[in-house]
Ligand binder design. Structure first.
Ligand SMILES: O=C(O)CCC(=O)C(=O)O
Ligand SMILES: [Fe+2]
Length: 728
């Protein structure tokens, strides 16, 4: 466009004014509508009416109105998208003439274009939506919907209406965005137990807006199992879906009704137009954050799109799609043109392909090329606005090149970027919050037990070291059990060296100890002690972590790690690699996926140490990068480490280079259905023994008939004892 730069910025300002102009016009009564379809009601009004019906306990009405409000919101967004597309070329003739027109007509032509566009959008939206339905909703309503509160109301409503499948789905949808909502967790548990409710009923009703997260998770899964071709395909789909979601969000910024920025009185019409255009541009830019925010998380995934490209080119390379990998790298370089790793990789790929010429012929993804150039233009205008109009804008991207930022703002911009980078390095932007519901610092209800290290000394959240939990004599008895009964690999699906070839692992569970004791192979009281230690630890940690609900034992095993003979010199590996107990840690992105094969039902972890006569074998905690060690604990008899099992507590064990390190590892769950059934079997076994003994005494007292039939039956049934299983 042949305009001077000042004219250009004014023109851009006006360009955006008109796109949002219909919003204000639409507050007036709608034009006549020819379509027979009823017009869309305002979703905030429907929601409020639904909530009113809810509090009046008019459940049928509440369900109807709440459902309608959800539907109305979805439809409104669809209408806006449709009208945006339908009005894409409205007023274009005027725009086309801008380039050729001589003289001072450019402003009139621009205004002509604006009016045509406005008129088109006004007419289009008015055909579908009532005038009140076009007004902006309040911040409160936006919050209600973004935190999925309508589903919370719906969950109770459907429960009251005894529509349990719908209640389960509403509960699940709400819970995804509110994962620390304990009450909903309990409700979900209740629905799970209900007859007629199946796993399929737990549908996420908002999944349509989360397709990119579904793809993201699937891609990470393929990657974790080194399935490179499907990983590449899925990452590609994820990139496309992320772009699509971002575009959807940006379109809404343009067509949605927006409140006018605060009118500061003085200022030409151009200045006001500029203020409006800046708020529109900022809205578009913030879509990056919105799309990168997983439901239920408090911070967005930084550098979301570039990081996906990073995964994609590696997957393509590993899958043998070198030219695909080159194309992705070239796209990634658009974000970070001088990134050394990307340039090195490009060189590598180019050598694999057989020369630079081949790689140069590969062009970057065109959708991303235009996304970047659009975004950069927006950033330039926003920074100009920041410099000249007292406008505040926080850039959501890490890749913004320095030259886009005006000289006068650069120092501040650099300092903020530096701060963010520091935070990302430390990982504390994600680690400060533990949504487990535990809160360290409660009382320690056992005489003789002392707090050796707390959160502060352990540099973390919900971590503790307690000393004096066992006496030397008790450690000796449990070590004796381990020596007498430890079966190779127990607890690790029979693998003798699950983590490192330089050590062997032996384990013993409570049930196995109980059975061996019953057969006379172990001392009965020692086997009982193994069981009782679990109870002791539960009491201590439930209290210290102020657990909001009772904890159930989820799994216990006594595990010994022994250094193998020879081969120990200069070992760099770990006895137990860094991991998080209830999710799959992805150190690169600092994400932790609470999904299988992780033990997702573990809420609290504990390790009770039995000895210190070995070398190495320290437990250590790290930040989410799995590298930065934040605390170290050396085992000794009676020392208990307790910590919440989630992403705030990545941990590992250093190599055991000589001797044998034994510990009782215990995990607790808040969810009854995931309690350790074996423990109950052991209890049942002991109960039965008690019964048999008292029967024997009875019999001895009576006529002395050698073996009563009843006793015989009891003895026989021992071998098939299953314990009192919960119906779930
Ligand atoms: O033995 C230890 O100190 C920790 C073991 C551990 O982290 C685990 O088994 O998950
Ligand atoms: Fe662990």
């Amino acid at each position: 466009m042949a305009q001077s730069s000042t004219c250009f910025s004014v023109y851009v300002a006006l360009y955006f004014v008109v796109i949002t102009l219909p919003a204000f016009i639409f507050a007036t009564p709608a034009h006549s509508t020819s379509n027979a379809q009823p017009l869309l009601q305002p979703y905030d009004f429907l929601f409020y009416s639904g909530v009113r019906a809810y509090f009046n306990e008019d459940w049928g009405k509440a369900a109807e109105l709440l459902e309608k409000s959800i539907l109305a919101k979805e439809s409104l967004f669809r209408v806006r998208r449709k009208c945006h597309d339908a009005c894409g070329s409205a007023g274009k003739e005027a725009l086309d003439r801008l380039d050729s027109e001589r003289g001072n007509l450019w402003d009139l032509l621009a205004l002509d274009w604006l009016q045509k566009k406005a008129e088109c959008l006004r007419f289009c939206i008015g055909r579908w939506v009532t005038p009140t339905g076009q007004l902006p909703v309040s911040v409160d309503i936006e919050y209600e919907f973004s935190s999925r509160n309508p589903y919370n109301f719906l969950q109770v409503t459907y429960y009251k209406l005894e529509k349990f499948q719908k209640a389960a789905s509403a509960a699940h949808t709400f819970f995804i965005a509110n994962p620390s909502h304990l009450e909903m967790r309990n409700n979900i548990e209740k629905y799970r137990r209900m007859e007629g409710v199946t796993q399929e009923d737990f549908q996420d009703r908002e999944i349509g807006n989360e397709k990119h997260w579904v793809l993201y998770d699937a891609a990470v899964h393929h990657e974790a199992s080194s399935d490179w071709a499907p990983a590449a395909e899925t990452w590609k789909a994820c990139v496309n879906e992320t772009l699509h979601q971002t575009e959807e969000c940006r379109v809404q910024c343009e067509v949605a009704s927006q409140a006018l920025p605060e009118d500061r009185g003085a200022g030409s019409v151009f200045e006001k137009a500029a203020a409006l255009s800046l708020s529109l541009l900022a809205c578009r830019q913030y879509c990056v954050t919105q799309v990168a925010m997983r439901p239920g998380r408090i911070s967005a995934h930084e550098d979301f799109l570039p990081s996906q490209l990073e995964h994609l080119h590696i997957a393509q390379f590993k899958a043998g799609d070198i030219s695909g990998a080159v194309q992705t790298l070239r796209t990634l370089l658009l974000f970070y043109p001088s990134d050394k790793n990307s340039l090195d990789n490009l060189q590598l790929y180019s050598e694999t392909l057989g020369g630079a010429a081949e790689t140069e012929a590969t062009t970057p993804n065109q959708d991303i090329v235009s996304y970047i150039s659009q975004s950069l233009q927006e950033k330039k205008l926003l920074y100009f606005g920041m410099e000249n109009f007292d406008f505040n804008f926080v850039d959501p991207d890490l890749w913004t090149p320095e030259d886009v930022v005006p000289e006068s703002l650069r120092d501040r911009w650099r300092a903020e970027k530096e701060k963010l980078n520091e935070k990302l390095k430390e990982g504390d932007w994600q680690e400060e919050v533990d949504d487990s519901g535990f809160y360290a610092g409660g009382p320690v209800p056992q005489v003789g037990v002392t707090i050796a290290m707390d959160n502060e000394l352990l540099n973390g959240t919900n971590r503790v070291v307690l000393d004096g939990v066992m006496t030397e004599e008790e450690c000796g008895r449990i070590l004796h059990l381990a020596n007498a009964a430890g079966s190779a690999g127990d607890g690790y699906k029979g693998r003798r060296s699950p983590h490192t070839p330089h050590e062997t692992f032996e384990g013993l569970t409570v049930l196995r100890a109980a059975k061996l004791a019953q057969d006379g192979l172990l001392n009965q009281t020692d086997a009982r002690l193994l069981y009782e230690l679990g109870e002791r630890v539960r009491t201590l940690l439930e209290s210290y972590f102020r657990s909001p609900s009772g904890l159930f034992m989820s799994f216990t095993h006594l595990v010994c790690r022994s250094a193998t003979a020879g081969d120990q010199e200069g070992r760099l590996d770990l006895s137990h690699p860094v991991h998080v107990d209830n999710c799959l840690l992805e150190p690169d992105t600092r994400q932790c996926w609470r999904e299988q094969p992780a033990f997702i039902h573990r809420d609290l972890s504990a390790v009770l140490y039995l000895n210190d006569n070995f070398d190495g074998g320290d437990l250590f905690f790290t930040s989410r990068d799995a590298k930065t060690v934040t605390a170290r604990v050396s085992p000794s008899c009676g020392r208990l480490v307790g910590f919440s099992s989630g992403p705030v507590n990545p941990h590992g064990v250093t190599a055991v280079t000589s001797g044998r390190r034994c510990a009782l590892a215990l995990w607790f769950t808040k969810e009854r259905p995931y309690r350790d059934m074996e423990r109950e079997e052991a209890e049942a076994l002991w109960d039965m023994d008690k019964q048999v003994k008292s029967d024997e005494e009875e019999e001895a007292k009576s006529a002395g008939n050698a073996r009563s039939q009843a006793r015989q039956q009891k003895r026989e049934s021992r071998g098939r004892v299953t314990g009192a299983r919960d119906e779930l």
